[in-house]
Design a protein around this ligand. Structure first.
Ligand code: ADP
Ligand code: ASP
Ligand code: MG
Length: 439
């Protein structure tokens, strides 16, 4: 059977007609690139707006009884310019008028947000001469908005089998009642992976504005080294912990079907980028594969003598968090200590109530709260075979004068997470990077 590649192009790759022309050249260069998933147009330059952000803004303005005509005009102008500059005719004006009507008559937030991808897929399909296949009705969610993988796979596979070449909008699908529902931000990466699975692609190429996954966020570390090959598990850890190149949930559909993901740069198409695979054979020549991190966590540290002997103690503490509907990110523990790490946004309104309830009900010897904590994950399949990795990491942070507020070393032996103050976030990443990446 001939080779099939699914290609997804992110916001900056589809930001305007110039970028879309580059994208067409990439697609035309390889006949296997038959299924194309697109994001909404992103930023064309620093300080520009992403269309998705502008669409959310329209909705927010309407909710606050402020008209959104001007913002919608800016969005419309971008699409009309794309249509004209690409020299295609896809009734953009009518499409925009219909969306505006729906917007002002109470169209849902998800519906409005999804139109960024929808319109771009329409105009780009016309430019490529590919079929337009709407994600609505094919990418399915349950009534609670949870993605339905099997149903989606069945429907998408059946539909795409009818199209030799197609453009599919990313980011959204439908609820059982037919309403549009979106994935979380950056979700076109997930659509790309779902399409790759549905057509049983040989590879899922994810085209963006960097030449693959780098060992650290290029906005923090200057010229970080690229990663040639990385395993799904390493990537999952890095992207979950903030490396925003690929949506963390994009890994599952590709992994389920054993489809390698290749991250590539639209502005540097000859660079082979990063390949993400199930396993990399042989030992890793590097101790660490990458570093990523996120700010704004809270740690609640509890000390109680003989905590370990008290059957059900941890469960009782956790049930307090559950009763406030707070999900827990990490749970590092010692013999008589337990730290609970959660995302600040989930505890903003209830932190003092949770602490008070734990003190009152379970009488710990000590309870300490640290707000404004950043978590940094140092990830590498090569770590488990190299003793002394954590000592080296902690030493690097000490040398840089950074206090470690929390340590969590997962049992996978592939990931060491440290908590530092938000203010130390960038310095900590730089310190770890320069300790492990020498040449
Ligand atoms: P797209 O719009 O193509 O989906 P994103 O903005 O979602 O692109 O992801 C690419 C961006 O991710 C890069 O421009 C870069 O700033 C950022 N990034 C964060 N961490 C990393 C990393 N470790 N390697 C490469 N890029 C990273
Ligand atoms: N356009 C959406 C966003 O900005 C989805 C995506 O780009 O992947 O989040
Ligand atoms: Mg993205």
């Amino acid at each position: 059977m001939s080779e099939v590649k699914v290609v997804k192009f992110g916001g900056s790759s589809v930001a305007d007609a110039i970028q879309l022309t580059k994208v067409k050249a990439i697609i035309d260069a390889d006949p296997a690139r038959r299924y194309v998933v697109v994001s909404a147009p992103g930023k064309r330059y620093d300080g520009d707006n992403k269309v998705t952000d502008l669409l959310y803004l329209c909705k927010a303005q309407l909710e606050n009884n402020i008209g959104c005509e001007q913002v919608f005009q800016v969005i419309g102008d971008r699409y009309k310019a794309i249509e004209v500059n690409l020299g295609v005719d896809c009734d953009m004006k009518d499409e925009l008028d219909a969306i505006y009507k729906k917007l002002v008559s109470g169209g849902s937030k998800d519906f409005i947000a999804s139109r960024g991808e929808y319109l771009l897929a329409r105009v780009f399909a016309a430019f490529l001469g590919y079929d337009f296949v709407d994600a609505a009705g094919l990418v399915c969610f349950d009534a609670k908005g949870r993605f339905l993988e099997d149903e989606t796979n069945e429907k998408l596979a059946a539909e795409l089998a009818k199209h030799d070449r197609a453009v599919i909008p990313g980011f959204y699908g439908t609820l059982p009642n037919g309403e549009i529902h979106t994935f979380s931000r950056g979700g076109s990466d997930i659509t790309g992976a779902i399409v790759a699975r549905a057509v049983n692609a040989d590879v899922y190429e994810n085209w963006t504005d960097v030449s693959g996954f780098l060992m650290a966020d290029p906005r923090i570390v200057k010229n970080p080294k690229p990663i040639d090959r990385i395993t799904y598990s390493e990537l999952r850890e890095l992207s979950y912990m903030g490396a925003s190149v690929l949506h963390e949930d994009a890994i599952f559909p590709a992994r389920a079907a054993d489809i390698p993901i290749n991250i590539r740069n639209t502005n540097e198409p000859d660079n082979p980028g990063t390949t993400i695979v199930a396993e990399v054979s042989g030992p890793s020549d590097k101790i660490i594969t990458g570093i990523s991190g996120k700010k704004d966590f809270v740690t609640i540290s509890i000390a109680k003598n003989t905590m370990n002997n008290e059957v059900g103690f941890i469960r009782r503490i956790l049930s307090v968090f559950e009763s406030y509907n707070v999900s827990i990110e990490h749970l590092p523990s010692g013999i008589d200590t337990l730290s609970i790490v959660c995302d600040k946004k989930y505890v903003e309104d209830c932190l003092s109530d949770i602490v008070e309830e734990i003190e009152r009900k379970y009488k710990p010897d000590k309870i300490e709260v640290h707000e404004d904590i950043a978590l940094i994950a140092t990830v590498g399949r090569g770590m488990s075979s190299r003793p002394g990795t954590s000592a080296k990491l902690f030493g690097a942070l000490a040398k840089a004068g950074i206090n470690i507020r929390m340590i969590d070393q997962g049992s996978s032996e592939m990931n060491i997470i440290v908590g530092v103050d938000n203010n130390d976030y960038k310095d900590a990443i730089r310190a770890i990077y320069s300790e492990f990446v020498t040449e």
